[in-house]
Design a protein around this ligand. Structure first.
Ligand SMILES: [Zn+2]
Ligand SMILES: [Zn+2]
Length: 367
């Protein structure tokens, strides 16, 4: 038996459909039948070779939902819930964190562990179906599997995708206090999730700056009180709105989720003295920018924090909230298109052109 998979053979090359061998399950390994996998901005960057250390050819798709086909010597998820054939699960895409390096043990920042591997990004297609754009996904021993909470289905999870967990992580990283005024820069999946979780955490006011209009409408549905369109609100006008809302002080918290270097200068200018600025949108290198260390950071007494990827707790906690507040967090609405494996190229184009906010790959769609 072979498994169909969409493969990025190298940067800027057309995607290919490969038939790869069904994996031999190791003890503790689990084989999933893919229900859905996401297409996100990172996949677009992978397609253009903008992430270092990627072992092309790869099967993309880092956040996925699947049905257990077979589990060898493994019958519990990461929390001890019974899991077996037929159960619908998702999993933490980061794997092989070593728990023994300086970052894992002393700094307690496993997201910077050098052994860290990521499904859909840092595994070669020659290593097996280790990405979600395939009919089946092989979960190696030790991959943290979570049974979907009751009431959630694949669309709820994939509609948010990795942005759901990253947005959650950025809000946690900001330590935002109840009542704070929060500005979210960017209205892609990370920005949408950041606005949603900031609102849920009790922000007094959530302002999203972004484009296009359809994404801002989603931001509003998910929790933004005010949305400012980059298309028809010039920089000075955006500053005025935030100035008025804060009596000239600026926002308590800014979360950058735009991936645009130009957003950084604006972010600093909108931040109040002593405020916190979380930069979460530059997972890939979009180039440098300038800021004034005296005005923007030192004199401002700014607290500037980066958020690199996510930890397992972000996945677990955000899924719990998604299950509890399903009506307030309708991430399934973010899905703008469904694509079969043979349409993965088009999915990437549609995401890159902002025609859809979240695209999903469903290998059951025949193309
Ligand atoms: Zn480590
Ligand atoms: Zn992603």
């Amino acid at each position: 038996m072979t498994i169909r998979a969409a493969v990025m053979t190298q940067p800027d090359a057309p995607l290919e459909i490969w038939d790869i061998d069904e994996p031999v399950l190791e003890d503790g390994g689990v084989l999933l039948e893919t229900i859905a996998s996401e297409v996100c901005g990172t996949d677009v960057h992978l397609h253009h070779g903008r992430l270092a250390g990627v072992p092309y050819p790869i099967i993309p798709g880092h956040v996925s939902v699947g049905r257990v086909l077979e589990a060898r010597g493994m019958d519990r998820d990461a929390f001890g819930a019974k899991v077996g054939p037929g159960d619908v699960v998702t999993f933490y895409d980061v794997h092989e964190v070593c728990n023994s390096c300086y970052f894992c043990t002393v700094a307690r920042q496993p997201n910077r562990c050098p052994s860290r591997r990521v499904y859909g990004i840092t595994y070669s297609a020659h290593d097996g179906p280790l990405g979600g754009w395939a009919e089946q996904i092989y979960l190696k021993p030790g991959v943290r599997i979570v049974k979907l909470p009751d009431g959630l289905d694949a669309d709820d999870v994939i509609g948010g995708g990795c942005g759901l967990f990253t947005g959650f992580a950025a809000v946690e990283r900001s330590d935002l206090a109840m009542g704070d005024t929060v500005v979210v820069q960017g209205s892609g999946p990370v920005g949408l999730a950041a606005a949603a979780f900031a609102a849920l955490r009790g922000a007094g006011l959530v302002i999203t700056i972004g484009a296009p209009k359809a994404r801002l409408e989603l931001a509003r549905q998910l929790g933004a009180d005010v949305v400012l369109s980059l298309e028809d609100r010039p920089l000075a006008e955006r500053a005025d709105v935030i100035g008025e809302a804060t009596h000239g002080r600026g926002a308590d918290v800014i979360i950058e989720a735009s991936g645009n270097p130009d957003a950084i200068g604006e972010g600093f200018s909108l931040l109040r003295d002593g405020g916190t600025y979380v930069i979460a949108g530059h997972y890939t290198d979009a180039g440098p920018t300038t800021f004034n260390p005296h005005v923007d950071v030192n004199r401002k007494h700014a607290d500037v924090r980066g958020q690199w990827g996510t930890d397992f707790r972000h996945l677990v906690r955000s899924l719990r909230l998604l299950a509890k507040y399903r009506d307030r967090l309708p991430f399934a609405r973010v899905i703008g298109g469904r694509y079969g494996l043979g349409q993965a190229e088009r999915a990437l184009e549609d995401v890159a052109a902002l025609r859809v906010t979240k695209a999903i790959i469903d290998p059951n769609i025949e193309y």
